[in-house]
Ligand binder design. Structure first.
Ligand code: FAD
Ligand code: UDP
Length: 389
């Protein structure tokens, strides 16, 4: 067990949020930082490793695509790795036909069986939205129909969302679907961000370099709750684990979705010709298949076999990894109760995806960590200002 009194800061979790805080406080402020990580490896959900059977780098928790429009975040991650110019594109297999995702003119034209100009597509969607009578979309279903019309909703969103969330789409927040762009052009890149790419030497390398900052000491396989009693109360804690677990589920369990990945090594050089293929149809149990060789076309991987992950989604129980916050009405009320408890907690910052019960992309986790560092930790370490939520 680490001697906690030897540290200036404890960081719980080594994902992008925790790693950014640890690196900044050690490298810029010269603080001694202890990082505690429950899993046997660093990096949180963005961790990647080389698959021993194929030599292909796999993203252990599903494909992680880096994209950001923030120059500050891009400059920051580029300190730890060079990035490829990979642009993410997703293929959809619906009724054994091929479509592109996000939904664009190509998706619409293929679905409707004729070439649609941007104006024709706009008019077609507007007509379907008018028939549906939706004016102020208040949930995922209404938002999706208002963006793409009912035909596209039924083909690509309804079945996929049913598998991904197992929740009535009218109970899901509209912003889940707002993450997907809809374009009336043939542009098929998944993200619009100015900066996109994948770390040339893998995510694992980024985390190793971030946490190699002098003054950072990392302890994997250590659950904060098993050692919490030994941490002196005057040492601040940045906690990036689940907020409901911190308070022993006093206000109930917040709803999360978890994922199961089924790995298979296929005896072919290329299984599906794309890094991600989505399966919206209800007769297929999984939501998508990842084929990791396509994330790095610049690498000279062997051509005899390929590793794939089939992704299945289900409700998380207490011992599962929480992946996606569900955010139903009851969850929002529960989270408000936990926020009130968090505000009364001394010397603890609740942060990251799990600590704030919010879906965060990697760049958002890094951006939020840089802001917390400037707003809370610099004033605390330089001027002795108390830590507030
Ligand atoms: P995490 O990465 O979850 O790290 C939290 C860490 O805290 C974990 O390692 C956990 O083990 C540890 N921890 C929790 N409790 C304890 C405890 N009690 N003691 C010690 N350690 C503890 N983002 C993108 O930008 N692009 C993508 O393509 C993308 N794809 C994604 C796909 C999936 C399936 C998921 C779930 C997320 C995806 N993300 C993607 C989001 C990305 O993973 C998050 O932005 C990032 O994980 C958030 O970082 P974090 O540090 O807040 O949380
Ligand atoms: N979605 C869908 N069909 C698809 C892809 C996405 O209906 O082919 C919906 C689904 O509800 C999903 C949401 O859009 O949860 C966000 O998709 P995204 O690809 O951003 O999900 P992630 O990669 O974060 O799992």
């Amino acid at each position: 067990m680490p001697d906690f009194s030897a540290y200036d800061l404890i960081v719980v979790g080594s994902g992008f949020f925790g790693a950014t805080i640890a690196e900044r406080c050690a490298a810029e402020l010269g603080q001694r930082v202890c990082v505690l990580e429950r899993r046997p490896h660093i990096g949180g959900n963005a961790w990647s490793e080389v698959d021993t059977a194929t030599g292909i780098e796999v993203h252990t928790y599903g494909s992680h695509l880096f994209h950001t429009s923030s120059q500050a975040v891009w400059d920051y991650v580029n300190r730890f790795s060079a990035f490829s110019n990979y642009r993410h594109r997703v293929i959809v297999r619906h009724l054994d036909r091929f479509f592109t995702m996000p939904m664009n003119l190509g998706t619409l034209s293929t679905l409707f069986g004729r070439f649609l100009s941007p104006d024709e597509a706009r008019a077609l969607i507007a007509k379907e939205v008018a028939v549906s009578g939706i004016v102020n979309p208040a949930n995922l279903e209404e938002k999706a129909i208002s963006l793409v019309g009912r035909t596209m909703y039924e083909a690509f969103i309804k079945g996929y969302t049913a598998k991904q969330w197992q929740t009535d789409p009218r109970e899901l927040p509209a912003d889940i679907i707002s993450r997907l762009p809809v374009r009336l052009t043939f542009e098929d890149s998944y993200f619009d961000d100015r900066h996109q790419g994948l770390p040339l030497t893998g995510y694992g390398e980024i985390f190793r370099r971030m946490l190699a900052a002098g003054g950072v000491s990392v302890h994997t396989g250590v659950d904060y709750f098993h050692v919490r009693a030994n941490i002196p109360a005057n040492i601040p804690v940045v906690y990036t684990g689940p907020i409901d677990r911190y308070f022993d589920f006093r206000a109930g369990e917040l709803g999360w979705r978890t994922l199961d990945f089924e790995r298979e090594v296929m005896p072919v050089g290329d299984f599906q010709g794309a890094s991600v293929v989505n399966y919206p149809d209800p007769d297929v149990e999984f939501t998508r298949i990842h084929e990791f060789r396509h994330l790095h076309p610049e690498r000279d991987y062997q051509r005899e076999k390929s590793v794939i992950f089939r992704e299945y989604s289900r409700f998380a129980r207490q011992h599962d990894e929480p992946y996606y916050p569900i955010n139903r009405t009851a969850d929002k009320a529960g989270y408000d109760d936990y926020r009130t408890m968090a505000e009364a907690e001394q010397n603890v910052i609740f942060a990251g995806r799990l600590g704030t019960y919010r879906y965060l992309d990697m760049h958002q986790a890094i951006g939020a960590a840089l802001r917390v560092y400037e707003a809370q930790l610099v004033p605390y370490f330089r001027d002795g200002r108390p830590i507030k939520q």
